[in-house]
Design a binder for this molecule. Sequence first.
Ligand code: NAP
Length: 200
Amino acid sequence: MVSIAVLGTGKVGSALGTKLASAGHQVTYGSRAPAREGGVVSHRDAVAGAEVVITAIPGTGVVGALEAVGAAALGDKIVLDPSAAFAPDMTMAYPGDSVAGRVQAQFPRARVVKTLNTMNFTIMVDPLDSLPDATVFVSGDDADAKDMTRTLLGDLGWPDRNILDLGGIDTALATEHVAPLFFATVRALRSPTFNVTISR
Ligand SMILES: NC(=O)c1ccc[n+]([C@@H]2O[C@H](COP(=O)([O-])OP(=O)(O)OC[C@H]3O[C@@H](n4cnc5c(N)ncnc54)[C@H](OP(=O)(O)O)[C@@H]3O)[C@@H](O)[C@H]2O)c1
């Protein structure tokens, strides 16, 4: 059992948190609006007890949210980042850069892994019923953090053969910039339920 803080209570946070809890992990939701009922606490309180922190919030808010938690509280925890960062006109907020890279640079002790950001939230937790060849990318500098990510991806339904380790956190730039392709495909298919597959 892994203790996991899910920051953000929207579509991605709820989907990942629900599936990981059902796999037996201890999930605590962190929110800007902690609720007395329902086990939703502040970001800081959620991170305090966690081994893994999932940043299920808008990409442009991730560094600020973690700064508010504090580098000391974040320590060397694993930060699993599925976020995407958009400008108000929905162009990339950080051309030539990535949220995950920014987080790693700002918090050098944290072990940041970028994953799950290249697909709709429904596919994140239900990848294989209709998409047996779907690919999920992993980027990060820390081998142990990527091993933990593989374990959690397995619990979300991703077999090892579908997980593609792209290398260091610098490769998060590539997957974050899949977003324009993703949105163009949504428009073309009139559906967000598809995924990228690397065939070879
Ligand atoms: N939806 C998808 O299919 C999908 C796919 C790939 C990647 N992503 C990425 O995953 C992240 C979450 O997406 P989502 O679809 O779950 O979004 P969402 O449904 O809008 O939920 C995001 C949550 O983040 C929190 N939040 C909102 N603004 C914030 C801010 N400025 N600072 C800190 N927290 C904030 C809110 O939770 P509280 O009110 O509880 O704080 C909100 O419920 C985004 O970066 C998105 O680009 C989404």
